[in-house]
Design a protein around this ligand. Sequence first.
Ligand code: CTP
Length: 430
Amino acid sequence: MQPNSLQPNSLQPKRILLIVGGGIAAYKVLDLCRLIRRKGLLVRAVMTKTAGEFVTPLSLGSVTGDKVYGELFSLTDEAEMGHIELSRDADLVVVAPATANLLAKMAHGLADDLATTLLLATDKKVLAAPAMNLRMWAHPATRRNVERLTADGVTFIGPASGSMACGEFGVGRLAEPPAILAAIETMLSGDTLIPLPDGAWADAGDSGRRPLSGRHVIVTSGPTHEPIDPVRYIANRSSGKQGHAIAAAAAAAGARVTLVSGPVALPDPFGVTTVHVETAREMQDAVDRAMPCDIFIGAAAVADWRTGDVAGQKLKKGHGNPSELTLVENPDILAGVARRTVARPRLVVGFAAETTDVLAHAKAKLARKGCDLIVANDVSTSGETPGGVMGQATNTVHLIDRDGIESWPTMGKEAIAERLVARLAAMLAK
Ligand code: CTP
């Protein structure tokens, strides 16, 4: 077997220590290793005992180009490289798939095999890509472990939502290898900036709690689609850019973030659990399932109405009159969260997309919906920009709370997201 070689275009290739857990998704790490090496990075793999049920050391070794480690007490391995050295030799530790069992061991500091011993011995950043059945991911024990690990500084990528090997559908799939690679590159670049409570910015560095460490933030984003028949739906122009940027900024500030997204053409943000939905009622269910949280941010442009009867077949011209489409009001997700009597989030933030009397409507919305803060913006259209700010890269917002109005200059949506997250972190810290 050929050892990893230095890439000609890189003086110091970064090293990844990949801990492979025992889950059905383990086969995807073969692809991940190929992608990592194609980027000129070095990767060394360590398998748990159960990982060997899903992927062989031979296949893993052929894609890493290196020895694959597995046993804690292997005298030959120790002679070549001690287990402490193995953990320190890397620039980043990646755990994929991070099974429920592996996360539980990490959260409790168990070290009963080589993989967990390395995780306890490492002084490097750790990126975990969880993969498990959706009920295991939603279980309070896993929630506690993820919260603990997030507070300890572990970064999470995924899990993604979709169909699972067990036949169920939901959140728990391993993030796709290109998404894990993007997370690896971001973490290796080490240039993550995090907001401080006073609104200033600081380098996250290797240590220290980030302003939203240990917090759970739920963000809704994008439009909802309300079906009329199998091919048509009611929709709006929301792109999801602002909501997705807020989710990413909250994750960068150390929060565990659940993003409930309507149909958008955006990638899932790094470090965020993204739940994909279509309709307002699916969005409400996903929000209910993700609760409780410390901060709820309703950035989605939820359709106010859905059709009373969704036609089973495509509606044909000449049969029935489209003006007879009956509309039923959708649940107000934001108001429902704000009016919770049990486990209400400490902060409930709404958006007000208005075309006239922006501030007056936004103030009324603050009271009507019972939220703590409204981010208002003018979405009126002009000749050049149908849909106004929707889909654009910049936004001009006003923050309205019980104490008054604060108007921000026009900024990029990412900058607004970062400033808003810093502001919320400061409110929570009071
Ligand atoms: N919202 C929600 N559920 C709905 C409608 C809106 O959660 N069914 C949330 C949005 O995510 C946003 C806020 O409520 O944070 C305001 O949305 P907007 O569409 O501006 O307000 P509406 O409630 O639709 O009120 P109006 O039609 O009077 O503008």
